[in-house]
Design a protein around this ligand. Structure first.
Ligand SMILES: C[S@@+](CC[C@H](N)C(=O)[O-])C[C@H]1O[C@@H](n2cnc3c(N)ncnc32)[C@H](O)[C@@H]1O
Length: 218
C-alpha cells in the first residue's frame, strides 16, 4: 500500500501550501506584519491574520500522522484549521486507516473557503468537516468520543477549548498542543501537567526553540 501522505494529489497539495507558507514567512515583500490592537477580539485577530498560514512544522505533521495511524481514532478534533496544512496530515492518516473523521474549526471565513478547496484538491474532503466559527462554541457540536486532538488556535484559548471537549475525551485520548513555549500557553501547561487533573503530559522540542506538549487522558 502506498500511503496517502506521500501520494498524489495530497503530497503535491501539501508541498504547494508549505512552499507558499515559507515564501510568506521569508519574503520581505509579503504581507506586512500585523499590528494587533491590545483589545482585539479573537474574530478581529483571525480576520487581520487571514492571509497568514502559520502551519505546524513538517515534523509535527509526521508525528500526528504516525499517532493517528497507531491509535486508529474514530474522531479527531482540531482547533485552528488555517489553510489546512495540519488537517492534510490528519486526513491522510484517517484515509490510510480506512476509519475516522476530522472535525476542524476556524474563525476566518476566508480560511474556511481556502481550506475547503485544499481538502477537495487533496482528495480527502470526505473525511473532514470544517466547523466555521469560534471553537469555544463550534466544538460543542462534537458529541462523539474523541481519540486525538490538535490544539493550534489562539494560544490563551487552549485551556477553555480543552475544558469544552474534555467530557468527550476517551480514556487514552491524546492531545497535541503546538507552540507551547508561548507565555499564554502557561495556564494550559499547568493544568495538563497536574496529575490531579487526569493527564500524563510531556514536552517535546520542535522547530528551533518551540515545543509541542503531548498529553494522554488517563
Ligand atoms: C496557527 S494557525 C493554525 C495552523 C494550522 N493548524 C496548520 O498547521 O495549518 C491558528 C488558526 O486558528 C484560528 N483560530 C484562532 N482562534 C480561534 C477560535 N477561537 N476558533 C476557531 N479558530 C480560531 C486562527 O484564525 C488561525 O487561522
Amino acid at each position: 500500500m502506498t500511503a496517502t501522505i506521500v501520494s498524489e494529489p495530497l503530497a503535491a497539495t501539501l508541498a504547494g501550501l508549505y512552499e507558499r507558507a515559507e515564501e510568506q514567512r521569508s519574503s520581505a515583500s509579503g504581507p506586512p506584519r500585523v499590528q494587533l490592537p491590545a483589545d482585539a477580539t479573537a474574530q478581529h485577530r483571525a480576520d487581520l491574520m487571514s492571509d497568514r498560514y502559520m502551519p505546524i512544522s513538517p515534523d509535527t505533521g509526521t508525528l500526528l500522522y504516525t499517532m493517528i495511524r497507531a491509535a486508529r481514532p474514530e474522531v479527531v478534533v482540531e482547533f485552528g484549521t488555517s489553510y489546512g496544512i495540519s488537517g492534510l496530515y490528519i486526513a491522510a492518516a484517517l484515509r490510510d486507516n480506512g476509519i475516522g473523521h476530522l472535525y476542524t474549526t476556524e474563525l476566518s471565513s476566508k480560511k474556511v473557503t481556502a481550506a475547503t478547496r485544499n481538502f477537495e484538491q487533496a482528495g480527502v474532503a470526505d473525511v473532514v468537516t470544517i466547523l466555521p466559527g469560534d471553537a469555544r462554541e463550534t466544538l460543542a457540536s462534537v458529541t462523539e468520543s474523541i481519540g486525538i486532538v490538535l490544539l493550534d488556535g489562539w494560544k490563551e484559548m487552549y485551556l477553555p477549548v480543552l475544558a469544552l471537549i474534555e467530557p468527550n475525551l476517551r480514556s487514552g485520548a491524546t492531545i497535541v498542543a503546538d507552540n507551547t513555549t508561548r507565555a499564554d500557553v502557561a495556564p494550559y501547561l499547568d493544568y495538563v501537567r497536574d496529575p490531579g487533573n487526569g493527564y500524563m503530559s510531556m514536552s517535546m522540542g520542535a522547530r528551533g526553540h518551540d515545543a509541542v506538549e503531548i498529553s494522554c487522558r488517563l
